[in-house]
Design a protein around this ligand. Structure first.
Ligand code: PHB
Length: 404
């Protein structure tokens, strides 16, 4: 006897957004404001997304996107009340910290506001506005993007569904399945011989702003979360197993990387979470194929040095929503190519910035040429902090470029 599975429940919308992280939710939010219906699909549950720690720095343009597009709807701008404004960063090398004052150099600040909070704010906004969000779904598959797109999936109860749409936005992150549907794509990548070991710990703040440290033992970053919880990272081997690291070993490593003649040291406490973060640079083009467009990490990934990933994703979506609204209104999807041109210009600036800051501060294990690279790196850091032009270049890149 053959059993036939029930036909899928079918739905129709204008845009299906695959991926319900910040990029997908912001797409859905901005399109909603333009009167365009969306369905957002994500394999993960809301809880899984809320509890995955990611980077924590927002450029001023990202903050404006949250505060000026009705995310908070007059109900208190959480990013401004809960976030911490940072007017600069410290570059630490040769055992001393050098402040790079963004406010003075370029008249801009960044905000320490973790990605998980951005997700929470956008998720609340979409829920408040009646958005169609479907988390925890399985077998998401995108079909027929060259003609009339359909997305099929199975819901949490195992029932099949199909959503038809005019356009599919692939905002499904660094392990994107949507990107594989772009025929004839080119992938530009750079691998690094190191990764980051990241911790969350229960301790008071060790510094008022972020400390990016270059040491003979490799890079370390001292970041913050709240008055009693901090986030820190140190450069490690990509194959490192977090379980091999006791709290004591972690603190010894971090302390030795930041130690110096000025006596700076970290306030220690129990390590609440530890993980090894992937580290690579990646861009795929084109970002559109027929009626499918990619946004955020699905189209490009940056190493975490400089915290550009989330900012780039939000900047993509700002342009995408504007261009997509026009393309749908004029029924001319070729207009989407404008999105690609505008977004990619910024993407490559950010690729360069993240790569540059990475190579400026990390130790390349076993590089040929003796200590040439180590000493050259110190030379570059010294020029940077002693030159107004050099420091201004860093400040411009860190606080972000205007969106065209
Ligand atoms: C973080 O706080 O998690 C963070 C901040 C800056 C970075 C990377 C991560 O460059």
């Amino acid at each position: 006897m053959t059993t036939t599975s029930p036909p899928p429940a079918t739905h129709r919308t204008r845009v299906v957004v695959v991926g319900g992280g910040p990029a997908g939710l912001l797409t859905s939010h901005l399109l909603h404001r333009a009167g365009i219906d969306t369905v957002v699909l994500d394999r993960r549950t809301v809880h899984e997304i809320e509890t995955t720690h990611r980077a924590g720095i927002l450029e001023p343009d990202s903050v404006r996107l949250l505060t000026e597009t009705g995310v908070y709807d007059g109900g208190g701008q959480r990013v401004l009340t809960e976030g911490d404004r940072h007017g600069g960063i410290f570059l630490r090398f040769g055992g001393r910290s050098h402040h790079v004052d963004f406010e003075r150099l370029v008249g801009a600040s960044v905000w320490l506001y973790p990605q998980t909070e951005v997700f929470t704010d956008l998720h609340r906004a979409r829920t408040r506005d009646g958005g169609d969000l479907r988390y925890g779904v399985a077998d998401v598959q995108v079909h027929d993007v060259e003609t009339s797109p359909r997305v099929t999936y199975t819901d949490a109860d195992g029932s099949p569904h199909e959503v038809t749409a005019e356009v599919v936005v692939g905002a499904d992150g660094s392990r994107s399945a949507c990107r594989n549907l772009v025929a004839g794509n080119t992938r530009y990548t750079r691998e690094y011989p190191f990764a980051w070991f990241g911790i969350l710990c229960e301790a008071p703040k060790s510094a008022p702003e972020l400390v990016y440290t270059r040491s003979d033992r490799g890079f370390a970053l001292i970041s913050q979360r709240t008055d009693s919880v901090q986030r820190m990272y140190f450069q490690c081997d990509p194959a490192e197993n977090p379980d091999d690291w006791s709290d004591d070993r972690i603190w010894d490593e971090l302390q030795s990387r930041v130690a110096g003649e000025d006596g700076f040291s970290l306030a220690e406490g129990p390590v609440l979470d530890r993980s090894v973060l992937p580290f690579r640079s990646f861009v795929q083009t084109p970002v559109r194929h027929g009626r499918l467009v990619l946004a955020g990490d699905a189209a490009h990934t940056v190493p975490p040095t400089g915290a550009k990933g989330l900012n780039l994703a939000l900047a993509d979506v700002r342009v995408l929503a504007e261009v997509l609204e026009r393309a749908l209104r004029k029924e001319d999807l070729d207009l989407l190519d404008e999105y690609a041109d505008r977004a990619l210009a910024r993407v490559w600036k950010a690729q360069h910035f993240s790569y540059w800051l990475t190579t400026l501060l990390h130790r390349a294990p076993g590089a040929p040429g003796g200590d040439f690279d180590e000493l050259r790196q110190l030379g570059e850091l010294n020029s940077l902090v002693s030159s107004e032009a050099g420091s201004t270049y860093l400040a411009e890149g860190y606080t972000g470029w205007p969106t065209r």
